[in-house]
Write a protein that binds this ligand. Structure first.
Ligand code: AMP
Ligand code: ZN
Length: 470
């Protein structure tokens, strides 16, 4: 089929490409999910806000989107090099709970975070531990194809047998051989070879282990995504997302397993990776302390949606710095936008499709150009601030944009009116109040006009007159 007029940057090709799904009106989308051994941080959340924006945009373009987000509850080792303890086992040993209890708790917390951020539910949200048979089946296909070898600690994929192994991330395998210790796992032929199945250590009882044709043990981390993608989306998918850190190992290994196992190429048409949220010095501020999770933010009085607004201010392929100032600015921006949207809720009567069309086109064009959210937000503000558009058109446009932005502009409670304070202006306001009380209306009006000229409006409240900048 022809191009949809949408271009996305494809990590595999290192350039923007027209988006062409396998089927004309359908999108098969796979997004790597959380490892549920602890709470996710707001950097992780950036990856799901990104795939949610992508999904919402594709829906607004008329595509029917099937999204899979996996839950990693087994096999993700502390190190990327197939060594070290399983993150789930480690967390369970530390807390004294079962792996299932820990997985259930953090899966629930992750779902709550996503819901608070307005993320749409994925169509499938499969757990790795419930797809062991599917993973073994894929392992057997790879074994039949001659891609695997057995060593003391497990069954490994031989990357030298897959010539496109370096393609996705532009890896230098020979260079890796020089710098990485091949003996990190005894018997590995190349440092990049990765585990399909790891054997349970003799004499060590793991919380999670299963029988397999190769012996008792557990699947390598990468296998789950290939096995669950094929189960829910079929042998080829349109878009695969994840954070940029996953490209060089996890996603590279997913490609190797899937292309060799299913005999397809390319397994994924568009690889889309979000850049990192950078915590900088980690501290948000001395008084505010460390912020890592969404509940750290809400505990400090921020609306979760202010974080979604923060996310929308950077392009997904730009590193975004997280700090108190930037978060406060996003919080203010979000409140202002909600205040405008709330004011427009009372507006009655129809808008004009013809007047709205150019704004919708600009908004759409920004997102069709590799999901340029900051550019789309500029259109949002042009509409929110416009004194030429009618209130009905502004209302309609903001609600239409919000289908894609997900900021809950249709329902979010407007912030309480905020008034300002400044000794000079407070003094003038008090002076005016005293003049009025003394029936000196000329002075009262003069002060009001002076303040008005400075762009300051006086508002009568039950607590007496207050002021704010217009
Ligand atoms: P993990 O649970 O570690 O696999 O991470 C879940 C998702 O978050 C993956 O797509 C990671 O690439 C992504 N991710 C991890 N750290 C960050 C960060 N600081 N900023 C943005 N994305 C991240
Ligand atoms: Zn994955």
């Amino acid at each position: 089929m022809g191009s949809s007029g949408i271009v996305f940057y494809n990590t595999r090709r290192k350039k923007k490409e027209p988006f062409r799904p396998i089927e004309p009106r359908r999108v098969r989308l796979y997004s790597c999910g959380p490892t549920v051994y602890g709470p996710v941080h707001i950097g992780n959340l950036r990856s799901w806000l990104f795939s949610d924006l992508l999904k919402r945009f594709l829906i607004s373009e008329g595509f029917s989107v099937t999204q899979v987000i996996n839950i990693t509850d087994v096999g993700h080792l502390v190190s990327d090099g197939d060594e070290g303890e399983d993150k789930m086992e480690l967390a369970a040993r530390r807390s004294g709970e079962s792996a299932e209890e820990i997985a259930a708790r953090y899966t629930e917390l992750w779902r709550q975070d996503r819901a608070a951020l307005g993320c749409l539910e994925p169509e499938h949200n499969p757990r790795a531990s419930e797809h062991i048979a599917e993973q073994i089946e894929l392992g057997q296909k790879l074994e039949a194809g001659g891609y695997l070898y057995r060593i003391e600690d497990g069954i490994y994929f031989d990357v030298s047998l897959f010539p496109r192994y370096t393609e996705l991330a532009g890896l230098d395998l020979e260079g890796q051989r020089d710098v990485q210790r091949i003996d990190a796992v005894k018997g590995k032929r190349h440092p990049a070879d990765f585990a399909i199945w790891k054997f349970a250590e003799p004499g060590v009882k793991r919380l999670q282990e299963w029988d397999s044709p190769w012996g008792r043990g557990f699947p390598g981390w990468h296998l789950e995504c290939s096995a669950m993608a094929v189960k829910y989306l079929g042998e080829k998918i349109d878009i695969h997302t994840g954070g940029i850190d996953l490209a060089s190992v996890h996603h590279t290994n997913e490609v190797a397993q899937s292309e060799c196992g299913f005999g397809v190429h390319p397994w994924v048409r568009h690889w889309m990776h979000n850049e990192f949220l950078d915590f900088g010095g980690e501290k948000m501020s001395k008084s505010k302390g460390n912020v890592r999770t969404l509940s750290d933010l809400t505990g400090r009085g921020y609306d979760p949606m202010a974080f979604r607004y923060f996310f929308l201010q950077a392009h997904y392929r730009q590193q975004q710095n997280f700090n108190a100032e930037a978060m406060d600015a996003a919080d203010t921006g979000y409140r202002r936008l909600v205040a405008v949207a709330a004011e427009l809720r009372g507006v009655e009567g129809p808008g004009s499709e013809a007047v709205q069309a150019p704004f919708k086109q600009r908004f759409r064009a920004a997102l069709a150009d590799d999901l340029n959210a900051p550019r789309a937000m500029a259109v949002v503000w042009d509409v929110a601030r416009s004194d030429t558009l009618s209130p009905a058109d502004r209302r309609d446009l903001l609600l239409a944009f919000d289908e894609v932005l997900g900021l809950d502009l249709a329902h979010a409670k407007p912030p309480a009116q905020e008034y300002e304070s400044d000794p000079r202006i407070d003094g003038l306001v008090a002076e005016r109040q005293a003049a009025r009380a003394g029936k000196d209306f000329a002075t009262a009006d003069r002060i009001r006009d002076e303040l008005d000229a400075e762009g300051i409006g006086i508002v009568d409240t039950p607590e007496g007159p207050r002021w704010r900048r217009k």
